[in-house]
Design a protein around this ligand. Structure first.
Ligand code: CP
Length: 313
């Protein structure tokens, strides 16, 4: 069991043991969240800043709750109401937040590499809450937590990620995490959004959705990332839904215990049929719940907290 990192910037730089350490520690914090008094004093006196320069619901609010439950002070930075509007740079903004005694900067930014850049100029802990199409490490950790909780293991499972892989930071972080933990990862979607080059990351790539979902233990659906696409990657949303959406006919062909996952926000009726999003095999909202425990674990560990030791799975 180990954790020595000052920052959480991506999954690529973590070992399998470090990923397991986060998952085990998060299990302890999930139990804390089920108690009447949900607060622990682990980060008392520390200041956490949510520096979100891109929109977010789940990640921003769960980091805010995670900091509160660890007894930290939390500040939410609003780009639209800030001196960003007057041309202040990201570096100057972050240095000013640090000058106000921020101990943690949690950053979401449209530019890949923005968290890595801040980690080089700040003394504060930097946590990546999503940078461009590059990485979303806490999403991958909560996805692994959810799979492990539901299936009891990750190694040997067939996990299919279906949708816009090319522009997805979730896909990249999930691929790193799942392959490090021994899952068999299949990627599927239109050839323009799922290039064969992803095979270099140790995945199977197919453009045949029936093949992709047939033997899957987990099907993780991704929305089309319109905000990052600089050109039209497929003819129409209707055609995407027809060819790659998880509809009832396709769902009927999946394994009876296959988990349905989605990082959110979901586009009902596009990548997932609305009834499937709400069905008993969908763990989409449990992913959100688990995100809180995982983000508590990340804040706790990067602050130097002692990892919780549990038998490895
Ligand atoms: N999954 C995810 O990152 O959602 P938000 O954009 O709402 O944070």
């Amino acid at each position: 069991m180990s954790w020595t990192k000052k920052h959480l910037l991506d999954i690529e730089s973590l070992t399998a043991e470090e990923i397991i350490t986060v998952l085990d520690t998060a299990r302890g914090f999930k139990a804390v969240g089920e108690r009447a008094i949900k607060k622990v004093p682990a980060l008392r006196g520390k200041t956490v800043v949510n520096l979100f320069i891109e929109p977010s619901t789940r990640t921003r609010i769960s980091f805010e709750l995670a900091a509160q439950r660890l007894s930290a002070d939390i500040v939410n930075f609003s780009a639209d109401a800030s001196s960003f509007k007057k041309g202040e740079t990201l570096k100057d903004t972050a240095l000013n937040l640090q000058a106000l005694n921020a101990d943690f900067i949690i950053i979401r930014h449209s530019a890949s590499g923005a968290p890595h850049f801040l980690s080089r100029v700040l003394d504060a802990h930097v946590i990546n809450a999503g940078d461009g199409a590059h990485a979303h490490p806490t999403q991958a950790l909560l996805d692994c937590f959810t799979i492990r909780e539901k299936k009891g293991r990750i190694a040997g499972l067939n996990v299919t990620i279906l949708g816009d892989i090319l522009y997805s930071r979730v896909a990249r972080s999930d691929i790193w995490a799942l392959t490090k933990l021994g899952a068999n990862v299949t990627l599927c979607g239109p050839s323009t959004l799922v290039p064969k080059t992803f095979e270099k990351m140790g995945c199977h790539v197919t453009h045949d959705v029936d093949e992709a979902i047939r033997d899957a233990d987990v099907i993780n659906l991704l929305r089309i990332q319109h905000e990052r696409q600089r050109q039209t990657m497929f003819p129409s949303i209707g055609e995407y839904t027809q060819l790659f959406g998880l509809n009832k006919a396709r769902f009927a062909k999946t394994k009876p215990d296959a988990l349905i996952m989605h990082p959110g926000p979901i586009n009902r009726g596009v990548e997932i049929d609305s009834e499937i999003a709400d069905c008993g095999r969908s763990v989409i909202l449990e992913q959100v719940t688990n995100g809180l425990a995982v983000r508590m674990a990340v804040l706790f560990l990067v602050n130097g907290g002692k990892a919780i030791e549990e038998p490895a799975k």
